[in-house]
Design a protein around this ligand. Structure first.
Ligand code: RP5
Length: 166
């Protein structure tokens, strides 16, 4: 997707983050929200990070979802260089199960916000939903699709566990 066509940028520190971050992409697809998915590493591709973050608003993005694991500086560094809302997803790391990612992302200094979600798949999914919620504030059709998605989720909850015939 060319710059200017996607409402949401989903960026991640490594291709190894995609199995987590694809859950954000899937929610946005289900809600009809355009997104572009990019690998942008704070440590391995710092110039790519700077170029992305400094031009993100002019490129037409409205929300950035940033996922990273371990020493997860990506969401905070992007937030330092763009006024767009940045939603951070702590990716579950092998060594510390994502607690390192969570603390790296959530403990921003006052003045540079990153909206931090839960560790892993749930966080990525909720980042997609939150991005859609932000966009829905100025998009009635999307607000309707989001309401329908939530209603379907509610309708899918059983009132009782399914008993096995004995
Ligand atoms: C972080 O380091 C990435 O966000 C990823 O979660 C983690 C491991 O990256 P790889 O070594 O798998 O590329 O920068």
């Amino acid at each position: 997707m060319a710059a200017g066509e996607a409402a949401v940028a989903i960026i991640m520190g490594s291709v190894s983050d995609w199995p987590t971050m694809r859950h954000a992409a899937e929610i946005l697809d289900a809600l009809g929200v355009t997104h572009e998915d990019l690998i942008v590493s704070a440590h391995r591709t710092p110039d790519r990070l700077t170029n992305f973050a400094k031009s993100a608003r002019d490129d037409g993005y409205k929300v950035v979802i940033a996922g990273a694991g371990g020493a997860a500086h990506l969401p905070g560094m992007v937030a330092a260089m763009t006024p767009l809302p940045v939603l951070g997803v702590p990716v579950q790391s092998r060594t510390l199960s994502g607690l390192d990612s969570l603390l790296s992302i959530v403990q921003m200094p006052g003045g540079v916000p990153v909206g931090t979600l839960a560790i892993g798949e749930a966080g990525a999914k909720n980042a997609g939903l939150m991005a859609a919620g932000i966009l829905a504030l100025s998009d009635e059709a999307l607000a309707g699709r989001l309401d329908a998605w939530r209603q379907a989720q509610t309708d899918a909850v059983l009132e009782q566990p399914p008993y096995e015939p004995s």
